[in-house]
Design a protein around this ligand. Structure first.
Ligand code: SF4
Length: 245
């Protein structure tokens, strides 16, 4: 089989696997083979209990640990083949503020933690200016596995992985989300608007106030944007102060 066709088949299979996983997470455990014969069905894997299934069986909502356990051997997209470890997320599981980036780089992968390296140090300084530390907030990415040569994640990879971010946010239930960069912001808000139009304006994700701003890696390339990011995070500070106890 030609290489290109082989790769296309693998991408298709990976996409199908993600669809089945999403169905399972939505609580759909069978798929009728025919609309006329609804007694015949294909079972969807029930290896892990889903949020919907948990709800149905009155089991408490899943925790971050549950999701991390499920992710450890995730093969929903082809990024699993070159990773050395999944970069799940770190911080306070009861955080009032969650920061969402894009995808781990090689340093993040080797340390198993999002936002390390130069961009991570810049983020630490932003948090310090907010009078916060990594232990106060929760840090994670849209995509949990490193992409080859730090390329932008592909649509099928985002579609495969975004469910884990959404489940993390549901488990934490923060008061505010700060989305860092275009990819995470567009995915969470389901929009095609560019980040420079979205940043600085409050949005809502699943009932949670969400502030989009530039990614720290972007600030390393465009230091002039630091002022805009500071304006955005000041709004986050005020929001947390207003809702603080
Ligand atoms: S990027 Fe996400 S969906 Fe793809 S293999 Fe890694 S954890 Fe799974």
């Amino acid at each position: 089989m030609p290489d290109k066709l082989y790769q296309e088949c693998r991408t298709l299979i990976s996409g199908c696997r993600a669809i089945f996983e999403d169905l399972r997470e939505a609580g759909i455990d069978t798929i009728p083979l025919s609309p006329k014969k609804n007694t015949t069905s294909i079972p969807v894997s029930s290896e892990h209990q889903t949020p919907q299934a948990q709800e149905n069986s009155s089991i408490p909502q899943e925790t971050l640990a549950d999701i991390q356990h499920e992710l450890a051997n995730c093969q929903r997209c082809l990024l699993n083949e070159q990773r050395t470890q999944v970069v799940f997320g770190v911080g306070n599981p009861n955080a009032r503020l969650v920061l969402v980036g894009e995808a781990p780089g090689s340093e993040e992968e080797s340390q198993g933690e999002p936002f390390v390296g130069e961009a991570g140090q810049l983020l630490d300084r932003i948090l310090l200016a907010m009078k916060l530390s990594r232990e106060d907030v929760y840090l994670c990415n849209l995509i949990k596995c490193r992409t080859p040569n730090s390329r932008e994640p592909e649509t099928v990879e985002i579609a495969s992985c975004e469910t884990f971010l959404k489940r993390q946010l549901a488990a934490i239930a923060p008061e505010v989300v700060l989305s860092l960069g275009q990819l995470a912001t567009r995915t969470l808000l389901q929009t095609d608007e560019p980040i420079n139009k979205l940043r600085g304006r409050w949005q809502t994700y699943a009932g949670i106030p969400l502030m989009p701003t530039f990614h720290p890696a972007d600030l390393l390339q465009n230091p002039a944007r630091k002022h805009q990011v500071w304006e955005d995070v000041k709004q986050v500070i005020h929001r947390l102060q207003d809702s603080g106890t």
